[in-house]
Design a binder for this molecule. Sequence first.
Ligand code: 8YV
Length: 330
Amino acid sequence: GHVHITFELPALAAAELAATGLPTTFYAGPTGEPRSAILESVRGASGIVCMLSDRIDAEVMDAAGPSLKVVANYAVGYDNIDLAAARERGIVVSNTPGVLDNATADLTLALLLATARRVVEADRFLRAGNDWTWEPDLFVGLDVSGGATLGIVGLGRIGLAVARRAAAFDMRIIATGSRASSPEAAALGIRAVTLPELLAESDVVSLHCPLTASTRHLIGAPELRAMKSSAILINTARGPIVDEVALVEALRDGEIGGAGLDVYEWEPSVSAGLLALPNVVTAPHIGSAGIATRERMASLAVQNVAAVLAGLGAVTPVDGDAPGGSAEPE
Ligand code: 8YV
């Protein structure tokens, strides 16, 4: 069977795939491949390279048929893939761990700094042609460096990359997750805490756990209420980890101080309430959007497909993925 790719691969990865000699089909539309098209394109495929917006469930696997051996996600998260259905059919699922940690951590810091120091609000203020003179309280915000507490929910690879950056800003770092008490965490001065402790103590709460049944709405109305009224929430993980309706209310009612968001509960829609608030900085799910990062992600996806179809194990199968980013209860 062929390998179907639901999007246009970056150039280097496309060349790597061509070099394998595997027959391939691509979806080349401007947006994601419509589901009805996917169900057609995968017919008889031995491999699928897909992205987060493609829901790969039993119906898609059965549309491909028994030739399907591997589903390679062009993402580290794999909540778009039905793992149980894949396991039942003997289909290997792979993701792209590691290669996007720095890019995602960079964007996390960008949102953190932009929200804390009101960078976007200040930019809009000048662009709107407002008159101004220097004033002591013009766009004053949260001091990040020198002691603000960062709470990392679900410390894993990406959370550690965020912590390394935060350490350079002399932030106090606390974290939940199975790696929060690891030697790597200790070396960065991270203190392992429970989620209630993290919410109560943090000036900035940053989410880095995967989306699973136990992390869906992990941050809801009670958790938002438990945060400091000045606290900033950063989400570069997955939208549904946060109850977005509760978030809009908490921001509007001053229960928290602001939010920097790259992901949303109902992507691609973004709650109008978020966009209407000045203390919210938004981005359209661009955490891993570095040119070289995207090449490495695509290359890893191609290597996974090629390895499985050559009869070897996947390079980065999701079943072998360390649960470091898990927000599993304390
Ligand atoms: C991707 C991501 O851009 O890796 C992930 O889990 O969310 C992003 O890096 C996106 O998922 C595209 O598939």
